[in-house]
Ligand binder design. Structure first.
Ligand code: NDP
Length: 452
């Protein structure tokens, strides 16, 4: 966050934002990270300043909040709160995931929706930005309870979304099961079969590799970063946090490209397997997390030579590549110091805003390559965009089509980051590159619309 030594325009901009959004620390953090790299660019292009483009981009178009009442299996009435932040639709319908977690707050959703503006722009596809969810966690709930919750959630959300208006997808706590329940309820209420959600099952309008796309995309982006500096993934030791959708698919792709995956985690702690989590072990973990919905600590019962570290994060294990893929602010200053001392060459973000700002600064100063989430994890929303295209055309593209398109989109995103992030020293500042490239397209569209 800004300190007394910040340049006056950045300080003023952040002071205004903080007054308008009191107590929303995650939103402040996300905007600050962007504003500090964008304001110098905006200074060189004063029309963006004069027409207050960044001020407009940090104010959601609208945000709805609503009651979600549902009945537990025990017959009790539970009341949760649902939200949708419609951040910016300058370049396409609002697009972004739904998060179901007890940690959901307006601040978290605004930070995610703001990040989504840049990420969606970077994909090159016509998608605006939104984010939503509820302070409800499916963990520990029966499928019948999750279904009743999803139906109640959609009973209100349906009036705010639509294939040309706002197209939500999954995020933490929202996978294929939840999307199925929500799509079914939307269809029932409206009587209309349309591409209103992405991440759908393949039988009812879903796209091949949507499930895998975020994790795969992270590794494709990482491979480009390594290639740009004359390396590849073969034989590198990779530490991954989380054991959800993004983590497990990142692990799978990293293995395919010849890396050794040595850690996975969940909110109870992490496992470190020095022999490497190979394809067979990963298959076992997928069953553990996706079918049995159990804890990562059980890995040590199946593979007794492996240690489980309760409550810990995997960044103290020496590695070549660190992939934070679990949640926001999961890699702090001390973790960054450990990574640097352990010889890490790249940190590439799979989760949204997993690295604290002072940790990014330390890593960058130490010469560690840093791939920011809005570029590295854009593969998921990109394939969501392709799912929208397939739904509109009433077609399903083949696996080969989808793999090629994901690969091309990640290559293009990397290219845009390099184009806008290359410094005089030839070093690539991926953070600045992603922020500026993402900003430009949305800003130009907003200029074209006049003052709205
Ligand atoms: P999942 O819900 O599938 O998995 C999340 C994982 O992170 C779980 O292993 C979870 O453990 C762990 N986790 C959650 N909170 C914490 C915590 N406080 N400390 C340690 N571990 C934690 O989510 P996804 O994989 O879908 O998403 C992960 C991240 O990637 C999020 O930041 C999300 O916004 C981002 N993302 C996801 C996309 C997607 O396509 N799914 C697209 C782009 C970004 P536990 O089971 O114990 O909660």
């Amino acid at each position: 966050m800004p300190d007394a030594g910040e340049p006056a325009p950045l300080q003023q901009f952040m002071d205004g934002l903080i007054v308008r959004n009191p107590g929303e620390s995650e939103f402040h953090q996300a905007v600050y990270e962007v504003a500090r790299t964008l304001l110098p660019y905006i200074d060189r292009n004063p029309v963006y300043r004069e027409l207050r483009i960044l001020e407009r981009m940090t104010e959601p178009d609208r945000m709805v909040s609503f009651r979600v009442s549902w009945q537990s299996d025990a017959g009790e009435i539970v009341v949760n709160r649902g939200f949708r932040v419609q951040m910016n639709n300058a370049i396409g319908p609002y697009k972004g995931g739904l998060r179901f977690s007890h940690t959901v707050t307006p601040s978290i959703l605004k930070f995610l929706a703001f990040e989504q503006t840049f990420k969606n722009s970077l994909t090159g596809l016509p998608m605006g930005a939104g984010k939503g969810g509820a302070n409800f966690s499916p963990k520990g709930k029966s499928s019948a309870e999750v279904m009743r919750f999803c139906q109640s959630f959609i009973n209100e959300l349906y009036r705010h979304i639509g294939p040309n208006v706002d197209v939500p997808a999954g995020d933490m706590g929202v996978g294929a099961r939840e999307i199925g329940y929500m799509f079914g309820q939307y269809k029932r209420i409206t009587g209309s079969f349309e591409g209103v959600l992405t991440g759908k099952g393949l039988e009812f309008g879903g796209s091949l590799i949507r499930t895998e796309a975020t994790g795969y995309g992270v590794i494709l982006f990482l491979a480009h970063m390594l290639k740009e500096s004359g390396r590849d993934l073969t034989g590198l030791r990779v530490s991954i946090s989380g054991s959800g959708n993004v983590s497990l698919h990142a692990a799978e792709k990293a293995l395919q490209l010849g890396a050794t995956v040595q850690t996975l985690s969940d909110s109870s702690g992490f496992i470190h397997d020095p022999d490497g989590i190979d394809a067979e072990k990963l298959h076992w973990v997928r069953d553990l997390k996706e079918v049995r919905r159990a804890r990562i600590s059980e890995y040590t019962e199946q593979f007794p030579t492996v240690a489980f570290h309760p409550g810990g994060r995997p960044w103290h294990v020496p590695c070549d590549v660190a992939l934070p893929c679990a949640t926001q602010n999961e890699l702090g200053l001390d973790d960054a110091r450990c990574l640097i001392n352990g010889g890490t060459i790249v940190v590439c973000e799979g989760a949204n805003m997993p690295t604290e700002l002072n940790a990014i600064e330390l890593l960058t100063e130490a010469g560690v390559l840093f791939g920011p989430a809005k570029a590295a994890n854009a593969g998921g929303v990109a394939v969501s965009g392709l799912e929208m295209s397939q739904n509109s055309a009433r077609l399903s593209w083949t696996l080969a089509d989808m793999e090629d398109q994901l690969e091309q989109i990640m290559t293009d995103i990397h290219h845009r980051c390099v184009e806008y992030g290359r410094e005089d020293s030839d070093r690539i500042d991926y953070v600045a590159g992603a922020n500026i490239a993402g900003f430009r397209k949305v800003a130009e569209a907003m200029l074209a619309f006049g003052v709205v």
